[in-house]
Each structure stands twice: as structure tokens, then as C-alpha cells.
Write a protein that binds this ligand. Structure first.
Ligand code: PDD
Length: 285
């Protein structure tokens, strides 16, 4: 089956889908994106993803290209035209096409909207979570506004590649004060020896993950102790458990950090329970 992409009001073959060479996303990374999980053909936490999209656009002063309802229709249509059952839908909005000039383009320049969808291999993801993953640490050399889900991801790209070359699945950014901020494309969590779940507050220095928000609810429901505070790499090395969260990985246990085993080197009980119960708390639309 051939894939279909949505590009500015048209559904076109994915193979040939394109935007202009002077798209500001291409030239300046001047745009934002969202990744929403699709499960059994339905969107997971659509409302929160669109809320975050609107916030990112507002922070960058890019206009929402269509109403929320219309966007919901297009997301679903893209999912259905690509026969996605379990996978993701990807949405990207840039400041549009204009003659190259760093400052904003003339008023009236229309944002460019691209939406794609694809199936993921759920069995492979489950197996990865069953085994647990390895992470490495890298210096956090990103800009301050990582709370905006912008397509400007070069440090994240380099971090993920470093992880891959080290035989790991994810890289954890460590800030100048020695605190773990988040992963290249996931939020970072540990469970202390005392059983407290720890993750950095989402006020600055990280993206407020939608999965993170839902997992906080699951933690409360389970009556677990939560400490929303920064943690160091030494705490991570000494942790009983560690895990990552994102729309593409859900809750995935971390069993190795910088080559050292986490806890007994197997996925932890708390991470596994959070993974099991996460989808019961997510909004399905
Ligand atoms: N990444 N932190 C960063 C830097 C991310 O890029 C992501 C998501 C997250 C987790 O956010 P959420 O739970 O809303 O997916 C945290 C997406 C999946 C990506 O870039 O593919």
C-alpha cells in the first residue's frame, strides 16, 4: 500500500510529497511539530497534543493554520488513508515559504502544514521494553527554549547518534550543574532506593511530555511517592530503576546507564507497572 501525506490542504503520494526549498522550516528550523500515538486506529491524548501545539505556535508567533476541529479531521483522515492501526501521526507547521531573510517574512505569509502517519512494530516495541534499554549521558548543549516543541533538533540528533554508536537507545542530557534534564526524544525518570519516583520539573529545561503528564496521574493513582526535582547522574547510577517516556516509547525501562547496570540490570517493577497501566489513563479519541 502506498503512503499518503497531507501537505497544505492536499493528500498527495508520500513518495513525491514536498515543500518549497525556501520553506523556513528547511532553512531556519523555523517551525514546530507534534507526534501523537495511534492505537487501534484511534488518537491517544489528541487534546493535550493540540494544546501543546497551540502553545508552541504562540511562543513562536506562528498562526494556527486551521481550527482545532479541522486539524482533528485531517489527522484522522491521514491516519485512515495510511491504514494506520498502531503507530504515530506526525504534524509539522513552519512559518512558511519566503525569500530568505532571518527576520519574520511579510504579513500574510502562510504557514506550511505537513502531516504524515505510519505504523510502528508494536511487537518489537514490546520486546524492547521487556528487555529494557541502555542510555548514555551527554552534555546538554541546547538552547533555553526546549519547552517549545520546535523542529530545531540538531543537538538531539547528535545525542541520539552518539547513543546509537555506543550501542544504546537513548541519550540523557546533563546540564551545566550536573543534573539530568531529559532524553534526546524522551523524558527521563529514576526510582530511588527508597522507592520514590523522580523526574525533573517541567517549568524549564525540558519539554513537558504528554506521556509524562499522564504518567504523573498513574503514579498518583498507585499511591507512589513522587519527587519532581532535578537528579544527578550519580543518583541515576545508584537508582533502583530508571525509565523513559514518550508518545513513541510509552514507558520504557532503562537497564543500563553509561555501561553500568541499573538495579539488578532487569526492567524494574515500578516502570513495568507504569507501562502496563499508562494507556488506561491516556485519553482516547
Ligand atoms: N519526542 N522530550 C523531548 C526532547 C522529546 O522530543 C519528546 C517527544 C519528549 C516526550 O514527549 P511526549 O511524551 O509528548 O511524546 C520529551 C517525540 C516523540 C519525537 O520527537 O519523536
Amino acid at each position: 500500500m502506498s503512503r499518503i501525506a497531507y501537505v497544505n490542504g492536499r493528500y498527495v503520494p508520500h513518495r513525491t510529497a514536498s515543500v518549497h526549498v525556501e520553506d523556513r522550516g528547511y532553512q531556519f528550523a523555523d517551525g514546530v511539530y507534534e507526534v501523537c500515538e495511534v492505537r487501534a486506529g484511534r488518537l491517544i491524548d489528541e487534546r493535550r497534543h493540540i494544546d501543546r501545539l497551540e502553545r508552541s505556535l504562540k511562543e513562536l508567533r506562528i498562526a494556527m493554520p486551521m481550527r482545532r476541529n479541522a486539524l482533528g479531521v485531517v489527522l484522522r483522515e491521514t491516519v485512515s488513508r495510511n491504514r494506520v492501526r498502531d503507530g504515530i501521526v506526525y504534524l509539522q507547521i513552519t512559518r512558511g515559504v519566503a525569500r530568505r531573510d532571518h527576520a519574520f517574512p511579510p504579513a500574510g505569509t502562510l504557514p506550511n502544514t505537513v502531516i504524515t502517519a505510519k505504523n510502528h512494530d508494536l511487537a518489537k516495541l514490546e520486546q524492547g521494553a521487556g528487555d529494557g534499554i541502555a542510555v548514555i549521558s551527554v552534555p546538554d548543549n541546547r538552547w533555553e527554549r526546549v519547552d517549545i516543541k520546535s523542529v530545531s533538533l540538531l543537538p538531539n540528533v547528535l545525542a541520539k547518534q552518539a547513543a546509537r554508536e555506543a550501542g544504546a537507545k537513548e541519550a540523557w542530557f546533563v546540564d551545566a550543574k550536573g543534573f539530568v534534564t531529559e532524553g534526546a526524544s524522551t523524558n527521563a525518570w529514576i526510582v530511588t532506593r527508597d522507592g520514590a519516583v523522580v523526574t525533573k520539573p517541567a517549568d524549564a529545561g525540558i519539554l513537558r511530555g504528554i506521556t509524562r503528564t499522564v504518567v504523573l496521574e498513574v503514579i498518583a493513582e498507585h499511591g507512589l511517592t513522587l519527587e519532581e526535582r532535578p537528579f544527578t547522574m550519580d543518583e541515576a547510577y545508584a537508582a533502583r530503576e530508571a525509565f523513559i517516556t514518550s508518545a513513541t516509547q510509552f514507558v520504557t525501562p532503562v537497564v543500563q546507564i553509561d555501561g553500568r547496570p541499573v538495579g539488578n540490570g532487569a526492567p524494574g517493577l515500578i516502570a513495568s507497572a507504569l507501562r502496563r497501566d499508562y494507556h488506561d489513563h491516556a485519553e482516547i479519541a
